[in-house]
Design a protein around this ligand. Structure first.
Ligand SMILES: *[C@@H]1O[C@H](CO)[C@@H](O)[C@H](O)[C@H]1NC(C)=O
Length: 119
């Protein structure tokens, strides 16, 4: 991003009052997670500030967008799901996207690889 463009964005955001988070979301279980089939896997993602308007969260494991068992609390989002073999070696991550029409923010956490063991 050019310095002039960054400056213009900064000025426009001052006028509109929009803010976006200053970092990427951070995920629990940073590098990998392990569990047995049938166990419940739980992840969380965190941002120190959600910005204004607040970011929208989404969760992915491999190519799949996770749509169930997602909850929110202040600056956290939680994903819980039952482990099955299909998640073996899939990498999970969250994404935070600002709905601001002025500022761009659409960032993913690092990825956490799941290893699913058989009972
Ligand atoms: C955010 O980034 C992802 C991956 O690059 C892209 O698929 C998605 O459309 C983007 N969303 C927005 C709102 O820009």
């Amino acid at each position: 991003m050019g310095i002039t463009f960054a400056l213009v964005l900064f000025l426009v955001s001052l006028v509109s009052g929009d803010t976006v988070p200053t970092s990427r979301p951070s995920i629990s279980n940073q590098y990998s997670s392990t569990g047995y089939e049938g166990e419940t896997m739980k992840y969380s993602c965190y941002l120190s500030s959600l910005g204004d308007p607040q970011v929208r969260w989404s969760w992915f494991c491999g190519q799949e967008q996770m749509r169930s068992h997602i909850t929110y609390s202040t600056t956290y989002t939680y994903l819980t799901f039952r482990l099955s073999r299909k998640y073996h070696q899939k990498s999970c991550y969250c994404r935070a996207t600002s709905p601001s029409s002025i500022l761009d923010y659409n960032r993913t956490s690092s990825r956490s690889i799941i290893y699913v063991y058989r009972e």
